[in-house]
Design a protein around this ligand. Structure first.
Ligand code: HPA
Length: 284
């Protein structure tokens, strides 16, 4: 065993953890070579049941992975075929508000990259700030405003996996965005496009915050996605981000969001979500 100096050790911890996790998850998925990573948000976990020839791996079985504690988030990987592609799906996600660090939230995204996946589709339920949006619409993320106050690259060493400084221009891949909108129109699924604003949560926003976020240019708001997308762009993955508008944001038309309503709308829109995502995958 080579001696590890205190200077070298922190530098390698993340990479070593990823290698250990990738070897366990890679062995569990066997000969499947996933092409696409999929993260399913609140109320949207049902899509994983549409995956053909699935293998299920609980997050708890993968070294260094945290587990999901949020209601409705199953907390396992499901690997199999969806829309003709081999997909590695997170049935449930890790949120900052559960007490996970930004790197713990980012870990499964980097793990996907380690397994050779170059495309990430991340989904969530979100509140609409834009009053032209309707509950039940899907919204393709054009860009984000990260107000979580956190960034998963903080503390990683330059060149540990990639450069420290990297561009977030077109972080949400323009070609994938266009494809998603085309597919939605073809399937007659109501779709919007807009800027997503990510917060740490878990309290919902105040009406004053929602008014402020509207002035900043945000169309939707929720408590996930930004850290995952930063991690994915750090290692050069293509990203598609998609929200289901589960509610109007707090204060709009008197709205006061609840977790139950968020998950109920996910259930109501599950059939369209299960048509939408596989149809995108078919054309990726
Ligand atoms: N705010 C924050 N997160 C959310 C919302 C919301 O209105 N809806 C679903 N997730």
């Amino acid at each position: 065993m080579p001696e590890v100096s205190s200077k070298e050790y922190p530098h390698n911890v993340l990479l070593r953890s990823l290698e250990e996790a990738a070897s366990v998850l890679g062995a569990a998925i066997g000969l499947r070579q996933p092409q696409v990573g999929l993260i399913l948000g609140s109320g949207l976990n049902g899509l994983a049941e549409c995956i053909e020839d699935p293998v299920h791996i609980p997050f708890a079985d993968v070294p260094h992975m945290k587990t999901s504690t949020a209601a409705g988030h199953v907390g396992r990987f499901v690997c199999g075929t969806l829309g003709g592609k081999t997909a590695l799906c997170m049935q449930g996600r890790l949120h900052g508000y559960e007490g996970n660090t930004a790197q713990e939230v980012a870990f499964p995204v980097w793990l996907m990259h380690h397994l050779g996946i170059d495309t990430l589709i991340t989904t969530n339920a979100a509140g609409a700030i834009n009053e032209a949006f309707h509950v039940g619409d899907f919204c393709i993320m054009e860009d984000h405003i990260n107000l979580t106050g956190r960034n998963p690259i903080v503390g990683t060493e330059p060149n540990e996996m990639a450069l420290r400084f990297f561009s977030m221009l077109d972080a949400y891949d323009p070609a994938l965005r266009q494809l998603a909108v085309e597919v939605a129109h073809e399937l007659d699924i109501p779709v919007q496009q807009g800027t997503y604003l990510g917060l740490l949560g878990p309290s919902f926003e105040t009406p004053a915050e929602i008014r402020a976020f509207r002035m900043l240019g945000a169309d939707t708001v929720a408590m996930s996605v930004c850290e995952e997308v930063i991690a994915a762009r750090h290692v050069g993955m293509r990203v598609l981000g998609m929200s289901l508008v589960s509610n109007m944001a707090c204060g709009i038309e008197g709205a006061s969001p609840t977790d139950e309503e968020v998950r109920a709308v996910g259930k109501q829109r599950e059939a369209d979500f299960c048509r939408f995502v596989p149809a995108i995958l078919e054309r990726i």
